[in-house]
Design a protein around this ligand. Sequence first.
Ligand SMILES: [Zn+2]
Ligand SMILES: [Zn+2]
Length: 337
Amino acid sequence: MMLLSMRALVSTKPESVEFAELPDPVPGPEEVVVAPRTLGICGTDVKVLKGSIPARRPLVVGHEAVGVVIESGPDTTLEPGTRVLIDPASSCGKCDICRRGKPHLCRNAGLMGREIDGVWAERVVVPEHRLVVIPEDVSPVAAGVLQVLGTVVHAQRQVDVFPGQTAVVIGLGVSGQLMVQLLALRGVRVLGITRSAWKREMAERLGATATSSPDEAADLVAEATSGRGPELVVEAAGTEQTLAQAIDLAGVGGQVLVFGTLGSGGQGLPYYQLYFKELTVHNPRAALIHDYEIGVSLAGRLQLEPIVTHRIPFDRAPQAFDLVEEPSSLKVLLEVT
Ligand SMILES: [Zn+2]
Ligand SMILES: [Zn+2]
């Protein structure tokens, strides 16, 4: 039997990543081999590379991929050539959390590109049940945003909003721009907050009613809500300062959706306000396969392409880590040809 190999981007130690030749994956009975076509990068990948998020090594990096089925195990139904989104999180199906119906919080979970080999490779093997078929009308560029969209859908399904209510989104990066659009789609009036003028402009084009810098946020929110405060504040920047601002801006009886990932703090939060306003704090993590299905079915009603600011060939994958940290970038995609 001839042994075939493929190229993958591998990190053997923190801060270091390079292409390596790995054996071609062979699918098990219920598995499928996917050839990624569009790969995404986000803050998680950067933190894994730098070592601030613990990860297994050596590791094939990356967790955001859409690709094409090229080989299917005997017990699968997806035809070769089918375009799919990969749910990058594995779950055991056996632990108490899985059995409680929350497999995305599984005690034995693994994320591709963190605990298990990732998707920045020419071929990836995945259980068929972790794939979502992408309809033809979703463009390749828009498809590159679908994994993040799934996590944003997962977060928004936890909040209780109604058309006519007001939400504030703090942080207008990739997930912030998606939050703005999903809330607008739900009939909610959205106020967007960020220091970046061009990201404010983009949010207004994509559905925000008004935007401001963080310094002017309190005035904007007071004016837009006649001093009552919004029903929902989404924190999508991931700092203690912005979480504190989210709590400050929330209306009495409101909700705070903590979407940015905070590892630690130090300055403290407005704890008394959490209590006094009887705020509900949501802390969504990861996503269910159903969240990805919803995201895929919504793709045609959202503007996903403007969120993609950089598309580079897979050969230049190591550079993506620098690009994604630049202030001029939102979504950075790698294209495999
Ligand atoms: Zn990501
Ligand atoms: Zn489990």
